[in-house]
Design a protein around this ligand. Structure first.
Ligand code: HSE
Length: 322
């Protein structure tokens, strides 16, 4: 089939929380807290070039250079893979706060790829798109991971299967968590540059067998709880004796906040991605007192914090109107 060489499409891509504690690099969820909007237009052909325009609340917090931005690098790779030389205009509405552990760069990558794929008549399937998007994550985070980009693309809860070299085998959607409710807690702090890479460096490379067993129990509870639509069981899986203890130094007040949310009736609390945001799985009935308590704790310790009530979102595959 000949590839289309003109067209315009807009994609809205949700923010995500990866890991959910015991699901490090494996489980993630897309949420309706924030959406990047990516508009892709084909304006010519013969050579590959991208004119990038960035708008939105966080426009000044991401590179304006098409050679360095998370939305454009994967698109150039996509063109290489399908052997097309196209002149593109990409408008990125950067609405997901970068550097907060909310899958911001992954969402931008997914938006450009999903949009261009649709314009070109879908020459690539979702696994190819995720492979290219994860390359973008490698540039940002220093190693390939698929969790954020898989959730952004496919929506809801996802589970990633990889081979021994860390390459994608497949992604599975975990159904039945659609009615879950979250409270996102976003502390306003400065983190080290290349935070994800830095925080991956804190994780132990070898673990005692007892920790492996403990985390396997947590991961089983997490997936079982989502798949059966039981947040009270999934919440027990929001625990981790390997990665979180190594990383929590980067998340202010993490232990205190986790303890207080659980005391106030929350089902589970985890660092969102590499932090510093926190995701709490909560009952809608207890969200208000929990939110109040969180603000109280941060205020008392002199931090500014933002909280967002949200739920699982559809993925980027459902396109927005141009
Ligand atoms: N699984 C990745 C990590 C997600 O925790 O390093 C980064 O957002």
């Amino acid at each position: 089939m000949p590839l289309a060489t003109s067209g315009r499409i807009a994609v809205e891509v949700p923010s995500t929380s990866a890991n959910l504690a015991s699901g490090f690099d494996i489980v993630a969820v897309a949420h309706n807290a924030f959406y990047d909007r990516v508009e892709v237009s084909v304006v010519g052909e013969g050579y590959s070039k991208i004119k990038l325009k960035i708008e939105g609340k966080y426009a000044n917090e991401v590179p304006a250079d098409a050679e360095k931005n998370a939305v454009t690098i994967p698109v150039l790779r996509f063109l290489d893979v399908v052997g097309e030389k196209l002149n593109l205009e990409i408008k990125l509405h950067k609405n997901i706060p970068p550097g907060k552990g909310l899958g911001s760069s992954g969402a931008s990558s997914v938006g450009g790829l999903a949009g261009l794929n649709r314009i070109l008549g879908e020459p690539l399937e979702y696994r190819d798109l995720l492979d290219i998007a994860a390359e973008g994550e490698r540039l940002v985070a220093g190693s390939k991971h698929y969790d954020n980009v898989a959730a952004s693309l496919l929506g809801g809860f996802v589970m990633v299967d990889m081979d021994d070299s860390g390459s994608l085998k497949d992604v599975y959607k975990i159904s039945n968590g659609e009615r879950f409710r979250f409270l996102l807690i976003i502390p306003e702090i400065d983190l080290p540059k290349h935070k994800t890479k830095y925080s991956r460096g804190l994780i132990p490379q070898e673990v005692p067998l007892r920790n492996h067993i403990r985390n396997s129990i947590y991961l089983s509870l997490l997936i079982y709880g989502i798949a059966t639509g039981k947040p009270e069981i999934a919440g027990k899986g929001f625990n981790d004796v390997i990665v979180e203890p190594a990383r929590e130094v980067l998340v202010p007040l993490y232990r205190i906040v986790k303890k207080e949310i659980l005391k106030a009736g929350g089902y589970g609390v985890a660092i969102s991605g590499a932090g510093p945001s926190i995701i709490a799985l909560v009952d809608p009935g207890s969200i208000e007192p929990i939110e109040g308590r969180v603000h109280e704790i941060y205020r008392k310790h002199g931090y500014r914090v933002r909280t967002i009530r949200c739920r699982p979102s559809r993925g980027a595959i459902d396109l927005a109107k141009p």
